[in-house]
Design a protein around this ligand. Structure first.
Ligand SMILES: NC(=O)c1ccc[n+]([C@@H]2O[C@H](COP(=O)([O-])OP(=O)(O)OC[C@H]3O[C@@H](n4cnc5c(N)ncnc54)[C@H](O)[C@@H]3O)[C@@H](O)[C@H]2O)c1
Length: 306
């Protein structure tokens, strides 16, 4: 039998679609990690772990079902457990259902390894990251959420179609909230060292229609196939990889932003200590208005759960 890798990523809710996609992406990316699948439905966890382990025989990673206690000792704990959106349901509607689930998960994981990083994916991810931090007892910088990384990827894909430049060479972020109050930081976006909006192929393009398309894409996918999971699974695995490998890469993630006094989706550099740096993004007046709407919505929601 092949040896088991030293680093571990636990996926809580791994019996479901997003968790299984995250676990599969960790293996398929070739990360040398032991993936632990945990779910309140032990049968679902077992099924996903057995299936994903079939995909691991030519890869350095391994996958198996595990308990909450084992997951508490993982290096990265990804949380995808919880209720998901119904067609046309805003993410913010999920909060009461998912608050109880997240609190019980943090209790079941105790004692949590002091160096573990918790990556929240369950929605509404900005508020649930705050709740995970307060209920886990880990320091703020070790608790983060996938935030607008997926939305920013959708934005860069759309901009790539227009400009003909690779999405990975476009530095543009959806900001504020992974939800209906997200907005595009157009004025801070860059391509090839130049302001993005100066690109010749963007002249005369209706930016608002791009914004709407990005913000609505999850609803379109849910309407067509019931839920979204491949895109977010790849995003969560990529964030976990950066934490494990201490890469200090910058992602638009949910983390605690001191200057705004709350957890929110904002660019931060991450490594083995969690969130290492948060950036002071310069926005124009209309973007700042949208930012404060998002912050107000997140703070009001978090206030009920402190
Ligand atoms: N952040 C993002 O960009 C993003 C994208 C897509 C989905 N999501 C969110 O991810 C979450 C999961 O979505 P899904 O489609 O995988 O749903 P799903 O119903 O397929 O899976 C959820 C899993 O959570 C498990 N679960 C419920 N309570 C649990 C508990 N107390 N402990 C352990 N496991 C528990 C369920 O048994 C189920 O297997 C939802 O909140 C959804 O909104 C987030």
């Amino acid at each position: 039998m092949a040896s088991v890798p030293g680093q571990r990523v636990a996926v809580i809710g791994g019996g479901g679609n997003v968790g299984a996609s995250t676990a599969f992406a960790l293996i398929a990316k070739g990360i040398p990690v032991e993936v632990l699948i945990v779910d309140v439905s032990e049968k679902a966890a077992l099924g996903q772990a057995l299936d994903i382990s079939d995909a691991s025989f030519m890869m350095p990673g391994t996958c198996r079902q595990a308990t909450f206690k084992e997951a508490g000792q993982a290096d990265v704990i990804v949380v995808t457990a919880g209720a998901r959106q119904m067609p046309d349901e805003p993410r913010s509607n999920l909060i009461d259902r998912n608050y109880a689930i997240i609190k019980s998960i943090m209790d079941s994981l105790q004692p949590i390894k002091s160096t573990a990083k918790i990556l929240m994916v369950s929605n509404p991810v900005d508020v649930l990251t705050h709740i995970a931090q307060t209920t886990s007892g880990l320091p703020r910088e070790q608790v983060l959420g996938s935030g607008t990384y997926l939305d920013s990827g959708r934005l860069c894909n759309a901009l790539s179609d227009i400009t003909g430049v690779s999405p990975t060479s476009i530095h543009a972020y959806m900001l504020g909230e992974h939800g209906d109050n997200q907005f595009t930081g157009w004025s801070a976006a860059r391509i090839g060292g130049r302001p993005l909006l100066d690109h010749p192929k963007l002249q005369g393009v209706d930016l608002e229609s791009i914004n709407k398309k990005i913000a609505h894409k999850a609803y379109d996918i849910i309407d067509a196939k019931g839920s979204t999971y491949f895109g977010i699974g790849m995003c969560a695995a990529t964030i976990a990889e950066a934490l494990l490998n201490n890469t200090s890469q910058v992602f638009p993630l949910v983390h605690y932003v001191e200057s705004f006094g709350c957890y929110m989706s904002w660019p931060g550099a991450i490594g083995s200590d969690g969130v290492e740096q948060s950036f002071d993004v310069k926005l124009d007046a209309s973007e700042n208005e949208k930012l404060y709407v998002a912050i107000k919505a997140i703070k009001e929601a978090c206030a009920k759960y402190t």
